[in-house]
Write a protein that binds this ligand. Structure first.
Ligand code: CA
Length: 227
């Protein structure tokens, strides 16, 4: 399931798109003008935006341009009326990922959406460099450095670290970590999680006894804080 923001001011079209995307199992938010679209895009960080060009208050091309210049790289598919070739060229130039001309079939739109989502999630998987504090992590190379010195992590510690990095700011229960990082056939005790978090702190925190990144959330579990 993906979070999709649909920006369309024509009522019939927006209803059809909402129903269609919900039927496909997506979590849909609607906007009917450019300003609302810009605000919601930044607030919700959707996985994808379907963005009509002709909109009240701020047109779709300007919304796209503004998002890109503010550093938001979320995927955008633009919609435009037939014959507006100039919009297509401009839209792609301004950073839209794809472009579709009305009238289109819903199947065609969904196919484009899936292609864009596949492409962007492949990109995300490739650029797996993360840094926090004095730590730099290249997940593709399985390399962790602290103050530019290579840090040795066991494969379990690396899996745990990866899970934390993929869920920044979330409170994660010990059982969730056990499910995600340990094998089911030989379930370890929950204190195994604590032991491994302690090891990560020792290797990666500046002050392991006063952690800034691998935080204990009393009675609940842990939270990974990136900055
Ligand atoms: Ca429109």
């Amino acid at each position: 399931m993906s979070k999709v923001l649909i920006v369309e001011d024509e009522h019939a079209m927006s209803v059809a798109l909402k129903d269609g995307f919900e039927f496909e199992g997506h979590d849909v938010t609607m906007a009917a003008d450019g300003e609302t679209a810009l605000r919601l895009a930044k607030e919700l960080m959707p996985d994808l935006i379907i963005l009509d060009v002709m909109l009240p208050k701020m047109n779709g091309l300007d919304v796209c341009k503004q998002l890109r210049s503010d550093g938001y790289d979320l995927p955008i598919i633009m919609l435009s009326a037939r014959g507006q070739e100039i919009d297509k060229v401009l839209g792609l130039k301004l950073g839209a990922d794809d472009y579709i001309t009305k009238p289109f079939s819903f199947m065609e739109l969904i196919a484009r959406v899936e292609a864009v989502l596949r492409r962007t999630s492949a990109n995300k998987a490739q650029q797996k460099t993360v840094s926090f504090g004095s730590v730099k992590i290249d997940l593709a190379k399985h390399e962790v450095r602290k103050n530019d010195q290579l840090v040795e992590l066991s494969s379990r510690e690396l899996r745990l670290l990866t899970y934390f990095i993929e869920h920044p700011g979330e409170v994660i229960e010990r059982d969730t970590l056990l499910d995600a990082v340990w094998d089911h056939d030989n379930p370890p005790l929950t204190r195994t999680v604590d032991m491994h978090v302690a090891k990560l702190r020792k290797k990666l925190e500046d002050q392991p006894s006063n952690p800034k990144h691998f935080i204990t959330v009393h009675r609940l579990g842990y939270k990974f804080v990136i900055d």
